[in-house]
Design a protein around this ligand. Structure first.
Ligand code: KIV
Length: 268
């Protein structure tokens, strides 16, 4: 079997140049990460969405640095081809650039990530530059930034008026100038997604940013129908695995109750 070429930050940039769209999905453990990698996804993001879809929390705010390192390491051990990006959780990079460097370094050294992601635009450009100077590839995240939920008070789409649109385009340019290799653009009108992707040479990976960006990312538990507590319009459910699991577990319980599991072949 031929080994597929490893995806690097340079691969993603070349994909944008060749107008090849980038696919990204989240994973938080070895099994899911292996499945996504074997299926050919380009980027595996160990997102702080682990807080909502794995830990059962209401927001991404509470997830800790230690927890992110733990989940990154589970994913990092599984992935052979995709680029592994670890999310910097709330307050792991906002206090100071030194803090950001130490914590981003942990995601690479202990968590086996190959790049980090942080939320924020122009205001975090000096932090991005600091990490990049130290050899840590950084993916930005602009538009809707879920770690700031308590400041904004809602998950409404961003970039709805001229001032906010201009700020988002300026944020994208600032991240590129600071050395980010790519950025996530979340929940903005499609025409703004297009404008941002055209404004920068680095890949813009959308989530709810329409089709005219350089790639797409979704939370795996959302697109597989495993997490159904809420469903943003931008989520396409490719399977209903939550229902599949429910049916399998009900069948198992019935088989145990009726004594039909295990059978002779399943016994010693
Ligand atoms: O945490 C996450 O999963 C993310 C994606 C939604 C982009 O940031």
């Amino acid at each position: 079997m031929t080994k597929k070429a490893k995806v690097t930050t340079a691969t993603l940039r070349a994909m944008k140049g060749a107008q090849q769209r980038i696919s990204a999905l989240t994973a938080y453990d070895f099994t899911f990460a292996s499945l996504l990698d074997e299926a050919g996804v380009d980027v595996v993001l160990v997102g702080d969405s682990v807080a909502t879809v794995v830990q059962g929390r209401d927001t991404t705010v509470p997830v800790t640095m230690d927890q992110m390192v733990y989940h990154c390491e589970l994913v990092g051990r599984a992935v052979q081809r995709a680029l592994v990006v670890g999310d910097l959780p709330f307050l792991s990079y906002q206090v100071s650039a030194e803090d950001a460097l130490r914590n981003a370094g942990r995601l690479l050294k202990e968590g086996l990530a190959e790049a980090v992601k942080l939320e924020g635009g122009a205001e975090f450009a000096p932090t991005v530059a600091r990490l990049v100077t130290a050899g840590i590839p950084v993916m930005g995240h602009i538009g809707l930034t879920p770690q700031s939920i308590h400041q904004f008070g809602s998950y409404r789409a961003r970039g709805q008026d001229a001032a906010e649109r201009a700020r988002i385009v300026a944020d994208a340019r600032a991240l590129e100038a600071a050395g980010a290799f790519a950025m996530v653009l979340e929940k903005v009108p499609s025409d703004l997604g297009h404008e941002v992707a055209a404004a920068v040479a680095i890949p813009v990976i959308g989530i709810g940013a329409g089709p005219l960006v350089d790639g797409q990312v979704l939370v795996t538990h959302d697109m597989l129908g495993l997490f159904t507590r809420f469903r943003p319009r931008f989520v396409r459910r490719y399977r209903e695995l939550g229902q599949e699991i429910g049916a399998a577990v009900r069948q198992y319980c019935q088989d145990v109750q009726q004594g039909s599991f295990p059978n002779a072949d399943e016994s010693y």
